[in-house]
Design a protein around this ligand. Sequence first.
Ligand code: GLU
Length: 283
Amino acid sequence: MITRFAPSPTGPLHLGHAYAALIAHDMARAAGGRFLLRIEDIDRARAKPQWEAQLLDDLRWLGITWDGPVLRQSDRLPVYRQTLEKLWQKGLLYSCACSRRDIEQAASAPQEGVPLGPDGIVYPGTCRDKGRPRPGEGLPDTALRLRMDFAATATGFDETGFDETGPAHRGRHRIDPETMIRSVGDIVLARREMGTSYHLAVVLDDAAQGVTHVSRGEDLFEATCIHVTLQRLLALPVPVYHHHGLIRDQAGKRLAKRDDARALANYRAEGASPADIRRLIGL
Ligand code: GLU
């Protein structure tokens, strides 16, 4: 078993992160497997070295040890580009110049409002035909979207699915091509300012790190159909998924990076021990 924790260094780790990290860590250790750490720092505007240093320190303090070197997404941009180049040459991507506002306006239906999928607004397809690759043209430096109609109708797609071991959705889940096309749509695989997207990076990295069990928060369950579609498209192995519950505040809201009051650093400053943290989050 190989699990991983994949934090973004965009703020302090809070109790929710401690929970996610400990579950993935304990799962691997209990099985005699490996636990890996990956820093998801592709958002150059928000990722900061001081957050990374702090999170490594918090994890060590919690008693978490990881196997092998830390993988940093910012070191992997050429790998993401290579994959995009391949998909572009195959005609599976198109270049998109729409702003968020353009998409909102084009997508809103008079009665139903804006259709929302696991990746936000379902893209109305404005650039689908005009952004296609022309013969001999290299990968453009624009946002790139996936032709979901091509991706979800590839031979054998009907068999595509994943095994979930988390408490809320345990069992086998099939990925339905119709749902992917209609309710997920042409997702962005490369943002202009990042050179990739979260979805593409996470799928390539889980495969590169040999992750067999992806343990992460319940909030990402809906995104898993996107990840499994990409694994299928790129002929990568599909790991087992384990989506765990979220740590919530007193009002029942899930903790966010800005909830600094729940930052591990604060508990540490007040003299809490790692065992106290485990107790607080019910482990
Ligand atoms: N970097 C993501 C986060 O901090 C986690 C992604 C994942 O586990 O797939 O929410």
